[in-house]
Design a protein around this ligand. Structure first.
Ligand code: SAM
Length: 233
């Protein structure tokens, strides 16, 4: 993969970036995402943020290699601290991390989010936690997409600040309000795979000398919820 050839997952994230965006890509690693969007002429400018020195150097190299130093600014910073007021960032992408880490980054960077109109988030796990943060901070989920790459199914969540109060149920926070509406074949594959894995865990812990009753009950309840989501049409 490079800026000319995005992975399927990152290409789907890029798809949600509005034309003309002033983008901040946080945890950008090689800056493939902003570089690809700049090469396509889709964005006005971008900040590529990285907390670690190695990936920061990779970003700087990729930006220079593609002749994008006028359009993309690499910054070594923790989370949304990469964004400065003069950047006038309107779109933020955070991809390829756990949902808890993404929620923490958003939480610590609320000041920088003031002028941001769209968040495009791709958690590897922990989607419930991330949707809960969005709900608690009055973000409305505008789009959701499941992306299958290699052996993993990723969720992309697009959220925008909302003036109107709204509510998501626990069920929607877990499965995704818009993914639930569609329940497409990838949704079924994701949750059937989850059920299979959890059944393995359940079999294992149930056969222990002293089975952990509370954990078993919790697991069975969650699995029942998943079965209902898969059955209910
Ligand atoms: N966004 C790219 C993607 O989706 O392919 C790269 C994902 S990579 C697995 C995660 C990157 O996030 C790492 O390079 C890591 O250094 C960076 N990262 C983790 N925590 C961060 C934080 N608090 N602020 C900025 N970058 C962070």
């Amino acid at each position: 993969m490079d800026a000319q050839h995005l992975s399927h997952r990152l290409a789907q994230v890029a798809d949600f970036v509005p034309t003309g965006a002033r983008l901040a890509d946080i945890g950008s690693d090689h800056a493939y995402l902003p570089a690809a969007l700049a090469l396509q002429g889709k964005i006005t400018m971008a900040v590529a943020g990285e907390v670690a020195a190695g990936p920061y150097e990779n970003m700087a190299h990729e930006i220079e290699k593609n002749g994008l130093t006028d359009q993309i600014i690499p910054r070594l910073a923790n989370g949304l601290a990469a964004i400065q007021p003069a950047d006038r960032i309107d779109t933020v992408t955070i991809a390829g991390m756990g949902g808890t880490l993404i929620a923490d980054i958003l939480d610590r960077g609320q000041e920088q989010l003031a002028g941001v109109k769209r968040l495009i988030l791709q958690p590897n796990v922990g989607e419930y936690r991330l949707r809960s943060w969005l709900l608690a901070h009055r973000y409305q989920i505008m789009a959701e997409r499941l992306v299958k790459e290699d052996d993993h199914i990723y969720e992309i969540i697009v959220a925008e600040p909302s003036l109107v109060p709204f509510c998501y149920s626990n069920y929607e926070l877990l499965f995704g309000p818009l993914l639930l509406e569609k329940k497409d074949p990838v949704f079924r594959e994701k949750w059937q795979g989850y059920l299979q894995r959890q059944q393995g865990v359940l079999d294992q812990i149930s056969s222990a000398k002293q089975p952990p009753i509370d954990k078993i009950k919790q697991l069975e309840e969650r699995m029942q919820l998943v079965k209902e989501a898969l059955a209910d049409d």
